[in-house]
Structures are given as structure tokens and as C-alpha cells.
Ligand binder design. Structure first.
Ligand SMILES: Cc1ncc(COP(=O)(O)O)c(C=O)c1O
Length: 361
């Protein structure tokens, strides 16, 4: 099938945010039963992530509510993608943006925010290498109070989740009732819960699967060190209402070693550099695929691009230093892809065999 990108057919964008959304679907795998795994390529949004959808929604809502005045400033705590999205929207709408960050964020994300004109304020000092989500939020609220900046507070802002109405609309338009399962990484909860809420409103009976890194506490597991950024939350973090457990049918965790091996394997097979959280969600979907009712479609929300993780997920030295480089984990994922390809060949073979025998009878 030739994919036609609606944005190319219709118009020339006059402002960058017009290019948000309408991301394509890509078939990553198929099994002999006819079930398929599709990636919703959110990394093809401006800023390379789905989070620009919610950044726009939160800023437009703040303008409507009178919380942001022309020339005003915005402050937000971010591991990078929300911050890059807000920096992008701030340029377009004429605001100053302060990103509260820590050294756990990837260098590429920090550099991108800086390149987009954001002011970076580090918590834990420039040298700290620990995730400090709780401290970041405290500092963001302090800057809002003392410097008069608007703090969207992505963990509690309902416009985060509302930013994904468009994503749900696109999935419903492109797949309708074929969409049976949706898998997404969970951090603030906005991407998965916002999308599922709107899909259900549109009449979809999609089964939703939320995924977080093993060691994160959102789904109630025991906290321990993990290296995935964007999704998950550390010990001591108070999970906000944008994680709506009533909208997540299954809540699963994935080890970093499996998530990163999956991301790297997918990249080698497809040529698309996928992000670490996409690897985590793909790992779940890949294992689930052969167990689904024949002919099912499972969609993974691929939240961002691997270009942001060249110094981490795609850097052997970085992985090795954290004991996350595993040849056997890579082989396991490779074998899954090979087995699925064989199952499709076998199904086609069975079909060819069946045709002459049907003719005879
Ligand atoms: C790469 C990546 N994946 C997943 C998520 C989780 O998305 P959400 O916060 O909407 O749950 C984020 C959030 O920042 C992210 O940056």
C-alpha cells in the first residue's frame, strides 16, 4: 500500500505547530494468524516526540484561562521531551521558557532545549547523575511563585491528557474497530490515558496496556535503580491524577535490559532509530502478538526517537558500565522476529497447499 501523508497533500504549514500530528503507522511485525503489530510513529512530530501535542494544549489552555500573558514566561520540570515541546511552542507564541532539569536527562535532549532558546536550571548541581523528579517539581513551583512564571505542572494538568485527543482521532480514523490493543509507556499518564479516554468516547473497545520500567513505582512495584528516562517515576514520587488506572486495562513492567535490546534490534531491522520507552512498549507487544485472537491489530505508541539516546541506549560503553549490554537479550528479540517471519511463511505455505486439495474436492 502506498501511504499518503495528509499533511503533504493539503497545505504548506505557516507555523510549526501545524505540523504536529497526523503521524504515520508502520507495520513492525506480523504473525501467521494474521495479527499485526503497528507502530504509531510519534517520533515524527516536530521536536521528535508525542509530548509536543500536550505542550501545545497546555499553553493554549493557559492563554484561554488568562494564566499566560503576551511575552510571559513558562517554567516546567522535564526529562527532556515535554521541555523540548514547550520550548518549541514558546518560540512560536513569544514566551520565555525555563526548563528545570537534572543530569539524568540525555545530553541530546538538554542540548535540544538549549538550542531552542530554553534556559536550563539544574537541580542536584551540574554533576549529579541521579533522577530527581521530586526535586525538579519543587524547584519549578518555587520559580513559578518567585519569578511569576506559568507552571503547567504536567503531572496534574488535565490539558496534558486532552493534548492526545488528536492522536486518538487519528488512530480511530486509520484503524476503526481493527484497533484491538494499545500499548504505551506511562510517565505522567497523559499519552496513554488521554488517548484511551478519547478512543473510548469514540466507541472503541480497545484494550489498553500501560508499561513502565521495572524499578519505577507508578504501578505499585518495589522501587529500584532504573535508567529509562521519560516513563516511570522514582521512589518518593507522588503519582498525579493524569495516571488514571481506570483507563489502563493491564499494567506491566519491563527491565531496562530488555527495553534497550528491543529498541536496538528494531533499529537494526527497520532503519528507524526508536527511543528507549518505545523499546519497552514494543517488547510487551512483541511477546503478546502470537497470543492474540487471529487477525488482531496491536498498536504501540512510539513516543520518541532514538537520536535522543545516541549517548545512552545506543552507546555500548554507557550500557556496559551499567551492566545493560546483553548479547542474549538481543538474540532473544532477534529470534522472536525470525519466528514470526517463519510463522507467516508457514501460513502462506498452508494456504498454497490447501488450494489444490480444495480444487480436487
Ligand atoms: C520518551 C517518553 N516516553 C514516554 C513518556 C511517557 O509519557 P506520559 O508522560 O504522557 O505518560 C514520556 C514522557 O515524557 C517520554 O518522554
Amino acid at each position: 500500500m502506498t501511504y499518503q501523508n495528509p499533511r503533504m497533500q493539503t497545505r504548506i504549514a505557516r507555523v510549526g505547530s501545524e505540523l504536529i500530528g497526523d503521524t504515520p503507522l508502520f507495520e513492525l511485525a506480523r504473525v501467521g494468524s494474521g495479527s499485526r503489530l503497528l507502530l504509531k510513529m510519534e517520533q515524527l512530530n516536530p521536536t521528535g516526540s508525542c509530548k509536543v501535542r500536550m505542550a501545545r494544549e497546555m499553553i493554549l489552555a493557559a492563554e484561554r484561562d488568562g494564566l499566560l500573558k503576551p511575552g510571559g514566561q513558562i517554567v516546567e520540570s522535564s526529562s527532556g521531551n515535554t521541555g523540548t515541546g514547550l520550548a518549541f511552542i514558546a518560540i512560536e507564541r513569544g514566551y520565555r521558557f525555563i526548563a528545570v532539569v537534572d543530569n539524568n536527562a540525555s545530553r541530546a535532549k538538554l542540548s535540544a532545549m538549549k538550542a531552542l532558546g530554553a534556559e536550563l536550571r539544574f537541580v542536584g548541581g551540574q554533576k549529579s547523575d541521579t533522577a530527581s523528579t521530586v526535586e525538579r517539581m519543587r524547584v519549578a513551583s518555587e520559580i513559578a511563585a518567585t519569578e511569576g512564571a506559568f507552571w503547567p505542572d504536567q503531572h496534574h494538568n488535565p490539558n496534558n491528557n486532552l493534548g492526545y485527543v488528536g492522536l486518538a482521532t487519528e488512530l480511530h480514523r486509520d484503524l476503526g474497530d481493527d484497533l484491538k490493543y494499545l500499548v504505551g509507556a506511562v510517565g505522567t499518564g497523559g499519552t496513554l490515558c488521554g488517548t484511551v479516554k478519547e478512543l473510548r468516547r469514540l466507541g472503541s473497545s480497545v484494550v489498553s496496556i500501560g508499561v513502565e520500567p521495572a524499578g519505577s513505582i507508578i504501578f505499585g512495584g518495589a522501587p529500584h535503580q532504573h535508567w529509562q528516562t521519560g516513563a516511570g517515576a522514582p521512589a518518593g514520587f507522588c503519582v498525579g491524577p493524569n495516571v488514571d488506572h481506570t483507563l489502563i486495562d493491564e499494567e506491566l513492567t519491563v527491565r531496562d535490559i530488555d527495553a534497550f535490546a528491543t529498541a536496538r534490534t528494531v533499529t537494526r531491522r527497520t532503519g528507524f532509530l526508536v527511543g528507549g520507552t518505545a523499546g519497552m512498549a514494543i517488547y510487551v507487544a512483541l511477546r503478546r502478538l502470537p497470543l492474540l485472537k487471529p487477525g488482531s491489530t496491536i498498536v504501540v505508541l512510539a513516543c520518541d526517537a532514538g537520536e535522543k539516546y545516541l549517548d545512552t541506549v545506543y552507546n555500548d560503553d554507557w550500557l556496559e558500565a551499567r551492566q545493560l549490554l546483553s548479547t542474549s537479550a538481543h538474540h532473544r528479540i532477534e529470534r522472536i522476529f525470525e519466528a514470526y517471519r517463519d510463522s507467516v511463511r508457514m501460513a502462506d505455505f498452508d494456504l498454497e497447499e490447501a488450494i489444490p486439495s480444495r480444487r480436487v474436492s
